[in-house]
Design a protein around this ligand. Structure first.
Ligand code: ADP
Ligand code: MG
Length: 409
């Protein structure tokens, strides 16, 4: 599959007509929030997702209950919607290509393929870096035990990551020595991996960009992310730590990457800022991203509306942030109460009424029936006049929910 960097005149699919239906592969929370944004403008939404009662199917007009690569299911979706997007990156690229044959797909299968494979992603970033100056971490592909032997010494200590299917810190092992590397690779059951040098991270940021078929591109402010146990914990925007120079460089690199990919839609790129102030590019998600949820409540155009606009080939929206924002992810853990004396666990409903009493709090719950530990159940965005106020509100919510508050607040 080759990248198509050509630009085309927009062919808008206007809302509020009989054919104004947008299709989405995947039925999770990103699909649900996409549906909300699409419906607000006047589109209908059709979801392809095997799971009954999934978050997106609860709000979409049509739910095609089938696997993402099920020919019959795809054909039904295609009859309902001529324009199709995806809400998760592990969707088979072939499914996207299916809809592209006689319809419009955003993002393209070729772009998603690159993002699905950490090695191709790094090769791509390295090529872009010749122009934008922002490189990925030094790395080495590990497909065989010979690759373990030939990996350069200076990549250790490092992180061994599976090339495919990794997310939320899964499929990763930190290794200090070549012996540990060999052991970690042996535990990967033959999956192709990449060894990355462990970088001295000062903090992590992400940059949301969006691009239309006509090549118009927009970039959101720098979001600063804190992870806990490999899962995004908080996002604060604008990033409290980033300097104007680094912000400019990250935004320019993000715009360069999206143009080089010929990408249409919303793309989120994760960067590391190192102790010495150097910027490194980590990975990209070919879709709206958890770190961009704050845009719903704090920006003129949310990342989901932006995805709708790109897919419908409408002009992109204003990315201006009108309020400082701090976003807190709500995991299933907050439904569990552990008795300190007996260590017994009971389930409870979190005190949402108390959360709603916090000024500037916007609660978003995804309609997942069962709360499980580490499962993303919702998020809360706190908007305020200043970052400090938004962070204070977030810390208050942590106290109410029984979560250890972030250090910086
Ligand atoms: P995932 O797809 O699970 O998000 P990432 O590549 O983003 O995988 O890695 C998860 C986290 O691990 C990052 O957010 C960062 O905190 C840490 N990490 C990843 N790669 C490196 C690296 N090369 N050096 C230091 N920390 C890293
Ligand atoms: Mg990541």
């Amino acid at each position: 599959m080759t990248i198509d960097k050509q630009v085309h005149p927009r062919q808008p699919l206007l809302p509020n007509t009989v054919s104004s239906c947008l299709g989405i592969l995947g039925g999770g929370q990103l699909g649900r929030m996409f549906a909300h944004a699409a419906q607000a403008i006047g589109y209908k939404v059709a979801v392809l997702e095997p799971e009954a009662g999934c978050p997106a199917a609860q709000v979409a007009e049509h739910h095609v209950q089938a696997n993402y690569d099920d020919e019959a299911g795809m054909s039904v979706l295609h009859t309902l919607a001529s324009r199709v997007t995806t809400e998760f990156e592990n969707v088979p690229a072939d499914s996207l290509n299916y809809f592209a044959r006689d319809g419009f797909v955003s993002p393209a299968g070729a772009c998603v393929s690159i993002a699905q494979d950490r090695l191709s992603e790094k090769h791509f970033f390295t090529r872009c870096a010749l122009n934008n100056g922002v490189y990925p971490a030094p790395h080495w592909g590990i497909a065989t035990s010979d690759d373990v032997k030939s990996a350069p010494d200076d990549l250790l200590p490092g992180i061994l990551k599976t090339v495919r299917m990794g997310y939320d810190g899964k499929g990763q092992v930190r290794v200090r020595t070549r012996e540990e590397l060999a052991q970690a690779f042996a535990g990967m059951n033959g999956q192709h991996c990449v060894l990355e040098k462990m970088l001295p991270l000062a903090y992590e940021v992400s940059v949301l960009v969006a691009r239309g078929v006509d090549g118009e591109a927009v970039v959101y402010p720098i979001a600063e992310n804190v992870h806990r146990d490999g899962i995004l914990f908080t996002t604060v925007v604008p990033s409290p730590n980033v300097s104007p120079e680094i912000a400019k460089k990250a935004q320019a690199a993000a715009l360069d990457i999206i143009a080089e990919l010929g990408y249409v839609g919303v793309l989120c790129i994760e960067f590391f800022v190192l102790d010495d102030g150097t910027l490194a590019v980590n990975e990209m998600a070919p879709r709206p991203h958890n770190s961009g949820h704050y845009t719903i409540d704090a920006c003129v155009t949310s990342q989901f509306e932006q995805q709708v606009r790109a897919l419908a080939q409408l002009p992109l929206g204003d990315v201006r942030q009108h309020s400082a924002a701090a976003m807190l992810n709500i995991l299933g853990d907050v439904w569990f109460d552990t008795d300190a004396a007996t260590n017994k666990e009971t389930m409870r409903e979190p005190a949402w009424d108390q959360i709603m009493a916090i000024p500037g709090a916007h609660l978003h719950l995804y309609g997942k029936a069962e709360a499980r530990r580490a499962r993303k159940m919702g998020h809360i965005t706190f908007v305020a006049g200043t970052i400090a106020e938004a962070q204070k509100a977030l810390a208050n919510a942590c106290t109410i929910l029984g979560i250890a508050a972030p250090e910086q607040a």
